[in-house]
Design a protein around this ligand. Structure first.
Ligand SMILES: C[S@@+](CC[C@H](N)C(=O)[O-])C[C@H]1O[C@@H](n2cnc3c(N)ncnc32)[C@H](O)[C@@H]1O
Length: 303
């Protein structure tokens, strides 16, 4: 592949990779949404260059070994349909790099935007002392939250020991281990009576039909992070049922359900979901207060 590539600099490689990606008709959605951004992500980060590197760096001549390496990555992205994040072992969330491999989903939740804004106006930062992240995967939401709320303690649960090992690696990297507890648990099972000011969840929510039709890129991800039964609500139902008992009186629950928003609305017409809006894209994230869960407790309780 490399012998026919007329690319010698990072900039030329980005252009070449973009063209290859476009011709290959790839599916995006693991951090980028187009061939150009995907190419820049792959080339720049494979070379350990920052996204805003200067022209001198972009136009440096690469040696043969590096060119072969880049060509192999581009080939793998196309032939294996492997997400760039796994090829590089790195995904970006909340402006921070996280270590990732196939034990965890590639971070991409729009909840990042809420964390950056400290969940304002729904939470008052000074009053937030305990946060829970359900289904932590790489730990991206829990760690970014710990960094956004330096005085808060964060618990992060996942049913997958493999995922927690990755989260632990990221927790050490960001030196938050003294405030972040990683707990292997099926939802709230191992959390006893603990209560939180903010509970965040990006649980599996892909329904059976969508799961069967997922593009090849998503087959590299752990099924445990995606599949959620026939209507995509298997886990979300449990979260709705159990969260009131783990929220402080003024606490809030924030859950991403993506395309399962419609099914959720049909299943829980009595719940006053607030659907959050995002400046940088994303949808299907709702907020409920502890009070709202309480008031509609009957409806939630009989799920
Ligand atoms: C969609 S991924 C989200 C990962 C990460 N929070 C993120 O935003 O990138 C869902 C995660 O939930 C975990 N999970 C699935 N079922 C669970 C359960 N019953 N209890 C706890 N975690 C669960 C999966 O292992 C996976 O890591």
């Amino acid at each position: 592949m490399n012998s026919s590539i007329a690319a010698n600099t990072p900039y030329q490689f980005i252009l070449w990779a973009e063209q290859c990606f476009e011709q290959a008709n790839l599916c995006y959605g693991h951090g980028t949404d187009n061939a150009g951004d995907e190419a820049a992500y792959l080339v720049l980060r494979a070379l350990d260059l920052s996204f805003d590197c200067d022209e001198v760096q972009l136009n440096q001549t690469l040696n043969e070994e590096t060119r072969d390496y880049l060509a192999a990555l581009v080939r793998c992205r196309i032939e294996q349909r492997e997400p760039v994040a796994y090829l590089l072992g790195e995904a970006w969330f909340c402006g921070l790099p996280f270590y990732v491999d196939k034990r965890v989903l590639v971070p991409r939740s729009p909840i990042a935007e809420l964390i950056r804004e400290q969940f304002s106006p729904w939470a008052v930062a000074a009053g937030v002392s305990r946060i829970l992240d359900i289904g932590t995967g790489s730990g991206c939401i829990a760690i970014a939250s710990a960094l956004a709320f330096p005085d808060a303690r964060v618990d992060a649960v996942d049913i997958s020991a493999d995922a927690l090992a990755v989260a632990d690696e990221n927790s050490r990297r960001y030196a938050v281990s003294d405030r972040l507890r990683l707990i292997r648990s099926d939802l709230y099972e191992n959390l006893q009576e603990q209560r939180y000011d903010i509970i965040i969840a990006n649980p599996p929510y892909v329904n059976a039909e969508e799961l069967a039709a997922l593009p090849a890129e998503f087959h590299h991800e752990p099924i445990l992070g995606l599949a959620a039964g026939e209507d995509g609500l298997d886990i979300v139902r449990q979260i709705l049922k159990q969260s009131r008992d783990h929220l402080n009186q003024t606490g809030i629950l924030i859950v991403e359900v993506g395309n399962s928003q419609e099914a959720l609305l049909a299943a829980f017409p009595q719940l006053p979901f607030l659907w959050l809006e995002f400046e940088y894209g994303g949808h299907g994230v709702f907020l409920l207060t502890a009070e709202q869960l309480e008031q509609d407790g009957n409806g939630v309780g009989v799920i």
